[in-house]
Design a protein around this ligand. Structure first.
Ligand code: B12
Ligand code: SF4
Ligand code: SF4
Length: 441
């Protein structure tokens, strides 16, 4: 998802000492109630309080990072020691107020070829980080008013805090097999955020049970087989990671087909989850879907330069992968359609100033094949100066023409290493040519 890079201060950074004038002055139970009430009024539908203890999931996080499953998200590995205790996020912390804000809107519109699906958390007119940070500041204000001199820090996403771990400790729900924090009454379509404070607040009971039972729908439905049976997710395979977090480089070729029509993020493992039948619609106007994001028209995106892209998407989560990432993803989604109507926009993308976009467009044209794709690829091959894009073009021509020699009139071959495609027609095993591009090989 749109996980921002670590910021120096997340939100609501606390005022400096003096020590809070809290000892004996304010009842932790009464104060906890006041915080709960204020949080609900600020639009957080879930509120729970965890004690500031060692993160129970830290060893699992370390194992996950050590196994390389964080992929290119090196900010997680870099700050691994800091995740051990929330003390590293706010020195002197005693309580972690965990909050959930619903973003579900019941209106996923149908997606025709030429459009891409955007994860529902990003349909709104504002980035959730900005919306939530503002609310955290106001919630911190409630504590500061009651306990002058106390310290607070509000975080959403970017601090070294295992938010799902502390949400479970605060009684908000359990870890589903899809790794989401699931709440019995609300499902999982909510953001998490935390307000850390040095004020002692009466904690809630941790959520001690899990309610997935024998269900494996999310594991079975994941298009790229990213969810493992041991309750971990290999981020390197997750469409959310590939389309949002993996930036400034190509998406690994064997996973491009698995994107299907997802151009930003992925909701599959939540859409299939029975607990999301209980998801409640958001009451937050900023999360109401923008019609142009649900779904996103792809073919015109290649006409946007950097400034135009920023103008259109600068305030939304799509700004994180930026023009380069979104146009790369769009080219792959168009390639996955196998539809010749998209050769023209892809031929435009093939001459994009950004090499990542050109490489993805080449791959997509190889998927679609046909004389026009081949002609566009050949024209670009004569001009291309980037060695990686030139290599993509060579492989795409092989896929489109079906020869190893990237020339006319050679015998079809399935040894090119990219796809066993051979132009329009049926492949061994009864697959139609387009299917090889849609599959996660
Ligand atoms: C890195 C990251 C990602 C990565 C990796 C995701 C992952 N599953 O690890 C990628 C880019 C793939 C990703 C994708 C998404 N993310 Co994300 N992500 C994060 C981030 C920044 C850190 C998570 C992390 O450290 N992961 C490493 C693993 C090891 O830790 P973990 O999953 O947080 O915690 C697990 C362990 O502690 C373990 N565990 C601990 N003890 C035990 C014991 C047992 C027995 C078991 C089985 C497990 C277990 O289970 C926990 C829950 O999975 C958090 C924000 C934050 N600071 O926490 C958001 C966050 C988790 N993401 C969020 C969201 C919404 C998403 C997406 C839905 C976005 C989208 N639609 O595209 C997808 C969902 C994919 C999925 N199924 O997880 C929300 C989740 C809200 C919720 N209700 O759970 C968070 C909290 C952001 C937020 N502030 O709202 N994300
Ligand atoms: S978000 Fe999509 S790709 Fe990632 S684990 Fe869930 S279903 Fe799989
Ligand atoms: S789909 Fe089934 S297994 Fe997966 S998180 Fe939901 S209940 Fe658990």
């Amino acid at each position: 998802m749109s996980h921002r890079r670590p910021a120096e201060n997340d939100a609501a950074a606390g005022t400096a000492p003096p020590e809070p004038q809290v000892a004996g002055a304010v009842d932790p139970v009464e104060l906890a109630e006041a915080v709960r009430g204020a949080a609900r009024r600020l639009g957080f539908s879930l509120v729970g309080i965890a004690p500031a203890v060692d993160a129970p999931g830290w060893e699992r996080l370390r194992a996950w990072v050590d196994a390389g499953m964080a992929g290119a998200m090196d900010y997680v590995a870099r700050r691994l020691p800091a995740y051990r205790h929330p003390q590293n996020v706010l020195p002197g912390v005693r309580s972690v107020v965990m909050l959930g804000m619903d973003y579900h809107t019941p209106a996923r519109r149908p997606v025709e070829a030429g459009y891409g699906r955007v994860s529902s958390y990003a349909w709104g007119s504002a980035d959730y980080h900005d919306v939530i940070r503002g609310r955290l500041r106001r919630l911190a204000g409630v504590l500061h008013e009651r306990v002058p001199g106390c310290r607070t820090r509000g975080v959403v996403d970017t601090a070294p805090l295992l938010e799902r771990d502390f949400a479970r400790l605060a009684g908000l729900g359990w870890f589903g097999k899809n790794t989401m924090l699931i709440n019995k009454r609300r499902g999982s379509f909510f953001f998490l955020a935390a307000l850390l404070t040095d004020v002692p607040l009466a904690p809630d009971e941790p959520f001690a049970t899990a309610h997935c039972g024998t269900c494996t729908r999310c594991i079975d439905a994941c298009p790229t087989e990213a969810i493992r049976h041991d309750g971990t997710l290999d981020a390197r395979r997750c469409i959310s990671y590939l389309t949002i977090e993996l930036r400034d480089r190509p998406i690994p070729e064997d996973l491009r087909g698995g994107l299907g029509d997802w151009v930003f993020g992925c909701d599959v493992c939540q859409d299939v989850c029975p607990w999301n039948r209980h998801a409640r619609p958001t009451t937050e106007p900023a999360f109401e879907p923008r019609p142009d994001l649900n779904p996103l028209e792809l073919t015109r995106l290649f006409e946007l330069d950097e400034a135009a892209f920023r103008e259109r998407f600068g305030d939304t989560p799509l700004a994180r992968p930026g023009r380069s990432g979104i146009l790369r993803n769009a080219a792959i989604v168009l390639g996955n359609t196998g539809d010749a109507r998209f050769v023209e926009p892809l031929a435009v993308a093939l001459n994009d100033p950004d090499a990542i976009v050109r490489g993805a467009a080449a791959w997509a044209l190889g998927c679609i094949g046909g004389a026009e794709s081949v002609a566009a690829l050949r024209r670009r091959a004569a001009l291309e100066s980037d060695p990686e894009v030139a290599e993509e073009i060579t492989r795409a021509l092989r896929a489109a023409i079906g020869t190893d020699a990237v020339g006319d009139g050679e015998a079809p071959s399935t040894t090119s290493g990219q796809r066993a495609a051979s132009g329009p027609g049926v492949l061994p095993g009864g697959l139609e040519t387009g299917d090889t591009c849609r599959e996660s090989e």
